[in-house]
Design a protein around this ligand. Structure first.
Ligand code: ATR
Length: 271
């Protein structure tokens, strides 16, 4: 069967093999999709080794998304603006291409739950996760996006890089926004992953607003619970995970899998 993989460090808990096998099964397709750990200083070498074994494409996860982009000979606009790639493949001539389906995946999941048109959006964080989602969100018809990060100096470069896109982009001081009543707040910090909570200023979210965490499982809970306490509706990153995988699957195989049944099964398997 055709050989694909996800490369990261750590990688043992990756759900990508399960997701891609579920997609392949929808088409009666045989697929080899493996989770491969690369040493922190050995992403390029690992990619080369797997390629020699017949690898046709791969997903890339932390901490190699930036390095993956640097190796590519061609890249999508999404990958360039994100400064990171989560999907790689080789074309007919053997040239390595890079794409980033994270932001588009987030949008597909968001659109299942809410209308983005005219929404006032706040994104927390300024690392890789936020960079990967910013351009697609700016092109989704939202009214404005505010960026807020603990280390303020990371916000301006992100704003500059996206200046050509048609959506007002502002910075907001970390910890401020009391009474701002945003319609959608997206947590792209890794605070929850390290067990740290986020204190949300009173009235940061409008009642009935949406709070979205880009991660899933226990790491998403501190932010989502704080947002719920302000009357927000919540969404974790599991749907985005499945949607970004579906977009990668489509790039490689030219087939559009059904995502809802795969998401349902994944959620059940995590309970
Ligand atoms: P990722 O690729 O997951 O985005 P990253 O690029 O290391 O990872 O970025 C992590 C983000 O989470 C950063 O915005 C970081 O804020 P700093 O730029 O100030 O480091 C943010 N972050 C991590 N832990 C945090 C915490 N306890 N409180 C607030 N922000 C935090």
């Amino acid at each position: 069967p055709p050989f694909y993989a996800v490369i990261g460090q750590p990688i043992a808990h990756s759900r990508s093999p399960q997701i891609h096998q579920a997609f392949a099964a929808q088409f009666g397709m045989r697929l080899r999709y493996e989770a491969c750990a690369a040493p922190l200083d050995g992403f390029a070498a690992t990619l080369q080794t797997l390629r020699a074994q017949g690898l046709r494409g791969c997903n890339v996860t932390l901490p190699f998304k930036g390095e993956a982009l640097g190796l590519a000979e061609q890249m999508s606009d999404a990958a360039r603006l994100a400064g990171a790639a989560n999907t790689l493949g080789w074309d007919e001539q053997g040239r390595l291409w890079a794409d980033n389906t994270d932001g588009a995946g987030l949008l597909r999941d968001l659109r299942r739950h809410l209308d983005l048109q005219g929404r006032r959006v706040l994104m927390l964080g300024a690392g890789g996760a936020v960079a990967g989602c910013l351009a697609p969100l700016m092109q989704a018809g939202v009214a404005s996006i505010h960026l807020s990060n603990r280390s303020a100096e990371k916000v301006a470069p992100l704003i500059q890089r996206h200046a050509a896109l048609p959506c007002p982009l502002h910075s907001l001081a970390w910890g401020s926004g009391e009474g701002a009543g945003f319609d959608l707040v997206i947590n792209g910090t890794s605070a929850g992953l390290s067990g740290a909570g986020l204190t949300l200023p009173t009235g940061l979210l409008a009642p009935g607003a949406w709070a979205v965490d880009l991660v899933y499982g226990p790491a998403a809970q501190p932010f989502l619970q704080a947002a719920q306490a302000q009357g927000a509706r919540t969404l974790d990153g599991l749907g985005m995970l499945v949607e970004q995988a579906a977009l990668a699957f489509e790039r490689w195989h030219g087939l559009q899998p059904q995502t809802p049944p795969v998401l349902d099964a994944l959620r059940r398997s995590l309970e």
